[in-house]
Design a binder for this molecule. Sequence first.
Ligand SMILES: [Mg+2]
Length: 418
Amino acid sequence: MKANRRTFLQSSAGASLAVPGAAGVSGAEKPRLDKAALDRILAEPVLRRDLLPAPVKIDRLELLRNRNQFLVRVRSTDGAESITVPNNSRLLDVYPLYLKRVAPFFIGKDARDLETLLWEVYRYQSNYKFQGLAFWVCVATVEMALLDLMGQITGKPIGDLLGGVRRRDIGVYRASGNRGNKPEEEIAYLKKLVAETGARAVKFRLGARMSRNADSPPGRSEALIPLAREAFGNDMTLYADANSSYDVPNAIRLGRLMEKYNYAMFEEPCEFDDLWAHKQVSDALTMPVGLGEQEFSMRRFQWVIENRAADIIQPDLHYFGGYIRCTQVARMANAAGMPCTLHLSESGFAYLNVLHFASYVADPGPFQEFKGETSIPFTCDTSPLTCKNGIVRCPAGPGFGIQIDPDYIRKFQAVKEV
Ligand SMILES: [Mg+2]
């Protein structure tokens, strides 16, 4: 079974080479990396510190708010400034952690030390006791602000600061968040998403989310799997996401059905923290299994990669603490022959964040998630940031490469206290 699985992954990676934005994975054998080998990759620097000869001392780091929207404004003591869009939907719940435990640590520090600071802020006031999405979203908020600031100073895009831009035309997929509708209704919705973007890959949901095998409604998943292939034909890449719905036998049962219809990813088939279940499912199936959006532990990602508990590694840029940590995961995954395709959390500009990640990572997989365009007013000289024929072009300007409308920013005020 393993040999079949390997062959499938090689051919799928080979096919992805034809897709703009895909790096693909080549080689006759997927290398097996043990913990020591993964630790060596983890120890390699990510940030191109050599691009920044002078210190970038952080003077102010402000969280700005206008009703349910947040922005982050960072200034260096030399007067450089950046304004970025954080993960609004999560910060609404966790911003007190940002204000009390994360932002104050960075004041007075040199942004060029970011990699060391990510470790120090984890130790600061025993912040590691708060580890998980709540803490790492706050760290990602600062990290992305500092990367953009260093982009403004150097004139380099995010990808050049983190290893070098390899591609700017990024292939995207559209995902449906629906459950509870009829299979035919879901197909009609997916067709609408494809028609809007020209995407050549789509993802829909199976099961009922953390549902211990219940479907939404019963029989929907088994009906949708063949129906989507029939509706979109053989040229469409199909993904399905169970959001932790199944135990091992049911995951394998659904996976076999997806294999029959040539699906390219079965995302989070079992409860997300049951790494052992995912390994059983991955070992049993020939199709790729995706995992990682809830993961916040670097060591558990190492375990998943070392033990091949999944085939596609999916950290969330915001939930996992930002670019540097996700790049470290991607480097380890890619060295083991596994694509690292980010999970995309709901947020104002998350798709821009994902484009930059896919611009420099060796193998981000053939398609990145695109949730549609933002409502935040901005200008960008180097990309329309719209999706055409399933492709979105990554900006090339400094940092994130966009300018948020000053009139929009003026409506925001600094959040002073919790
Ligand atoms: Mg998912």
